[in-house]
Ligand binder design. Sequence first.
Ligand SMILES: Cc1cc2nc3c(=O)[nH]c(=O)nc-3n(C[C@H](O)[C@H](O)[C@H](O)COP(=O)(O)OP(=O)(O)OC[C@H]3O[C@@H](n4cnc5c(N)ncnc54)[C@H](O)[C@@H]3O)c2cc1C
Length: 160
Amino acid sequence: MTTASAFRDAGVSRVLEVGDDGYADAVAGFDLAVEYAPDVVVDAHAPADVATAVAVAVDGGEALTVLGVGHGRLHALRGGSAITLRHLDAVEVDVSGRSVRIGAGCTWVPVLAATTAHGLAPACGSAPGVGVVGYLLGGASARSPARSGTAATTCGRSTS
Ligand SMILES: Cc1cc2nc3c(=O)[nH]c(=O)nc-3n(C[C@H](O)[C@H](O)[C@H](O)COP(=O)(O)OP(=O)(O)OC[C@H]3O[C@@H](n4cnc5c(N)ncnc54)[C@H](O)[C@@H]3O)c2cc1C
């Protein structure tokens, strides 16, 4: 198993273990009946943390579970290593380009706040607390699919 010290030694600044302050928030999801209890959670604060954590996991031949916002969890997770992107939540609106660039850990809440102020609206679903990337990866249907298609088709590009 990849240990917390392996991530720390590689330069990841915030690594949480069961019982640490912030661990419960880092693994929290929507359905409290679905237990999420990885041994180690990388609490990424910058893209470099993500790259480093992935490299450490790959070097160790271990899986690194991506914790989204937690709205779509159906099965428990026990043990192993995980990464949460919840602090990568920047939102930049390009009004003339009618587009928005978001961090990997955003929910729709700040995206809606930033876009609707300019008369724009993202192709989100019915729950603003859902994670945007998790939603897009699922190809989720927008509230008005006849007008905007599926949300995934509105996605321009991703960067790593
Ligand atoms: C009980 C239930 C109720 C729902 N209700 C609604 C609803 O009311 N409205 C609505 O719009 N949708 C709803 N959904 C669907 C929801 O939009 C999708 O399940 C969506 O994938 C949730 O994304 P999340 O990040 O919140 O969830 P998560 O379960 O955390 O993530 C979903 C998947 O995406 C992956 N993922 C998330 N973020 C990233 C990332 N940045 N990089 C790589 N992988 C990532 C995760 O690893 C996971 O495999 C519901 C789903 C369930 C199970």
